[in-house]
Design a protein around this ligand. Sequence first.
Ligand code: IPE
Ligand code: MG
Ligand code: MG
Length: 309
Amino acid sequence: MVAADNLQKIKEEATFNLAAYLQKRKKLCETALDQAIPVIYPEKIYESMRYSLLAGGKRLRPILCLAACEMIGGTISMAMPTACAMEMIHTMSLIHDDLPAMDNDDYRRGRLTNHKVYGDDIAILAGDGLLAYAFEFVATQTPENVSRERVLQVIARLGKALGAAGLVGGQVVDLDSEGKTDISLETLNFIHNHKTAALLEASVVCGGIVAGASSENVQRLSRYSQNIGLAFQIIDDILDITATQEQLGKTAGKDLIAKKVTYPSLWGIEESRSKAQQLVEAACKELETFGQLAQPLNALAHYITSRNH
Ligand SMILES: C=C(C)CCOP(=O)(O)OP(=O)(O)O
Ligand SMILES: [Mg+2]
Ligand SMILES: [Mg+2]
C-alpha cells in the first residue's frame, strides 16, 4: 500500500504540467482584471490604468494567491478579488518605480512605460487610482462565503505590506543605497525583504486567509513566501545582468549603470544562483505537511529560480 501510494505520488509529480498551469491561471487572472476596470469618464485615467495593468507580465502574485487559497481548501472565486488587488498594487509599484524621479525607465512589460505614453502627471495618478481601487475591490467584490472578518484581515495585511513598513520602506532604502559601495548584506536583505518579498508574502498569505487558514498555516505560508520573495529578487538582479531587453520587456543592465549593490554584484552570479536555490528549497520544506496539495506552490517556487524573464 505504501509502495502504491509512493508510486501515485511520483506519477502525480511527474505529470504536473507547470507551463499549462501557468497559462491557464494567467488567462483567468487577465480576464478578471480586464473586467475589473471598465473605461468611463474621465477616460484618460482608466485607459492609463488599463495600459499598464493589461500589458502582460507573469501574473505571479495573483497566481500565488489563488494557489495558496486552493491549497488551504478554498475556491478560486473566494480569492480572485484579492488576487486582482495584488496585481493592481504590483502594477502601481511598477508605474511609480519607472518614473523619472525613481528609476527613470523607458520600457516595462515590453512596451513604453506609462509616463512615456501618458506623461508623469497621469502616470502618478494612474498608480494612485490602481492603489485605491485595489482596496475597494477586495472590500466590495469578495464573495459572501468569505467572512467579513477575513476580508478585514486581508485589507490590513495589504496596507502593511505596501506601506512604509513594507514595499514603500524597501524602495526608500533602495533609492538611498544607489551609488554607495559600502552597503551591508543586512541592508541589502532589508531592501529585498521589503520592496519585493512583502507583497509576494501578502499575496500568498492573503490567499490562505480568505480560505480560512489556521494561524499555524498562516505562519507556514508566511515563511514559504519570505523565502521565495528573497529568491525572486536575487534572480531578478541576476537577470538584469544576463538577460536581454527582449526577454525582460524592460531595459537590461540598469543596476550596473545605477551602481546598485545586488547579490550578484557582491557574490557573483553562480553563488547568487545557488543562494536562491537554497531559499527555494527552504520554502518548499515549509509546505511538506500539505503533501500533494502543495504541488502548485512547490512548482511555482522552482519557477522563480528557473525563469528567464
Ligand atoms: C518586484 C520586482 C523586482 C519588479 C518586477 O516584478 P515582476 O518580474 O513580477 O514583473 P511582471 O512579470 O509582473 O511584469
Ligand atoms: Mg527600483
Ligand atoms: Mg526599477
